[in-house]
Design a protein around this ligand. Structure first.
Ligand code: BG6
Ligand code: MG
Length: 217
């Protein structure tokens, strides 16, 4: 059988949350806003524009559209500074095991990410060629928990939503998969991702038997 295997990027394939944090924190400090690791958790899966709004809200900072635009550009430049230093050592444990197993079993592998930097990141860590299709923040207008990014991904793989499996580390992403009627696999703390159909702390806990079950069910 053939299914669509849709992967989120940040927090699922690579741990870029730490770089988003550093770039947002630099901006927050420059604006006199306290921004903690805990605050950063709320930004997982959330679009760049929405993330800025949340951070400005933390400090009750009001700004013009032009100022916001400037800050978004600055944040992304700082973020890209970290991304440019990435290599394949930053791929999270056993992600390659899972991708290789799916390839051997001729399953479509799709990226479904909110990031507008998805392609350069996949290139930096040398796995762009694993993906049959990429749907990212440049392709959709509605951010997770809206399911648009996954709906487009399933369509590209010519699969129904029921035959699509989504790997996600964010609550918004799990909700998006569920809303679409897809099979959600939460990667991270089960207590946080309790709406997911399946839960694993990371890919080291995902067996070939489990993947075969997903393919054949
Ligand atoms: C998501 C991240 O994958 O992409 C968010 O979890 C991030 O933290 C969002 O804000 C947008 O990413 P980018 O690279 O377009 O700023
Ligand atoms: Mg993520």
């Amino acid at each position: 059988k053939t299914k669509a295997f849709i992967f989120d990027l940040d927090g699922v394939i690579v741990d870029t949350a730490k770089y988003h944090f550093l770039a947002w924190q630099k901006l927050a400090v420059s604006l006199g806003i306290t921004f903690t690791h805990e605050d950063n958790e709320q930004l997982k899966g959330v679009s760049r524009v929405r993330s800025l709004e949340l951070i400005l809200g933390l400090g009750n900072v009001e700004a013009t559209e032009a100022q916001k635009e400037e800050w978004l550009v600055q944040k992304n430049e700082d973020y890209l500074g970290y991304i440019n230093k990435m290599d394949d050592s930053e791929i999270l444990p056993d992600v390659m095991k899972v991708l290789n197993f799916l390839k051997e079993n001729n399953q479509p592998i799709i990226l479904g990410s909110a990031s507008k930097n998805a392609r350069p990141i996949l290139e930096k860590v040398n796995i762009l060629h694993y993906f049959d299709d990429i749907v990212d923040g440049n392709d959709v207008s509605n951010a997770k928990p809206d399911p648009e990014v996954f709906l487009v991904g399933a369509k590209k793989a010519n699969q129904t939503n029921e035959n699509s499996i989504v790997f996600e580390d964010s609550v918004a992403g799990v909700q998006a998969a569920n809303v679409a009627g897809m099979i959600s696999v939460g990667i991270g703390e089960a207590s946080v991702l309790n709406e997911a159909k399946y839960n694993f702390n990371d890919f080291t806990e995902i067996s070939e038997e489990f993947l075969l079950e997903l393919i054949n069910q």
